[in-house]
Design a protein around this ligand. Sequence first.
Ligand code: PHE
Length: 358
Amino acid sequence: MNELNVVVDAAKAAFERAITPADLENAKALFLGKSGRITELMKGLAALAVDEKKARGAAINLAKQAIEGALNSRRQALADIELQTQLQAEALDVTLPGRQRGPGGLHPVSLTLERIEAIFGSMGFSVAQGPEIETDWFNFTALNTPEDHPARSMHDTFYVEGGSATAPNLLRTHTSPMQIRHAVQHVKKHRATAAAGQSGDGLFSGSMPEIRVIAPGRTYRVDSDATHSPMFHQCEGLWIGENVSFKDLKYVFTDFCRTFFESDDLVLRFRPSFFPFTEPSAEIDIQFQSGPLSGRWLEVAGSGQVHPNVVSNMGLDPEKFIGFAFGMGPDRLTMLRYGVNDLRLFFDGDIRFLTQFQ
Ligand code: PHE
């Protein structure tokens, strides 16, 4: 019996030493395997007499059961250890502060565009959107811009491969093509009504509601420095009716600038200029009466009375319809409003810059 106890103790000790399931299986083989200690003892029974065999067999069985019991509890213990290790490795530190995404917000130029839309909206202007890849016709020809005008050169305009006279072939250099696109739609819509009082295909000289629209959006030119970016924003304005004059342009734009900059004493200057699509034309400069920019003239828009050829290209009779257009730079307006000195900051996407506007 003593001998069997020694085997059982040896098995228990071997199992305790096993620290992985594979170790444990190896240790098991030493005692319960085909040529393990217990199996060998069983084989030895054959040589014993019948009555001895019985007692000895029962004793070996008890030893075997004790070894199996020890094996199972070690198996369980190793499984528990493994689970604990895994749980520890995968432990979540719930006290770690979360990574925050922050509340987000609008880009400063978007804030400006919203502001422009709200102010012109209050003056009865609707908002139109149009394509950034334009045709030669809408970007230049319809706007009375001749073939040899410098704005058409490769130095100023991004051309797109495969264009034709009617297919899109360039990135719009200004939002002015929207004057034509919007007016053509407006005329088409209203000439079909009974109130128009005119049918047929010729230039429209019937009655229609006034065109009063702004068209903000992205524009492109081959230009890049602290105050010019190859992609920038413009906002077009167009007011066409039967009796809309330069005086209305001055009134509307002055009102807009004073509201936009929240400055009632802001002074505007309409400086004679040239655009093929307006006649007369003017650059609009503003002057603050106080603050860091006080006293300086700052250019904010091009403008003018819509050229009769352009009115015709809108499908309207220039003898009857007249109006004004302007094109301003929302990027510039944003720089002036917030005191930003480098246009490129708007397009770098640096979060430290952008969060300052929230
Ligand atoms: N499209 C002109 C520009 O980009 C601005 C402009 C718009 C001038 C409308 C007159 C009328 O410079």
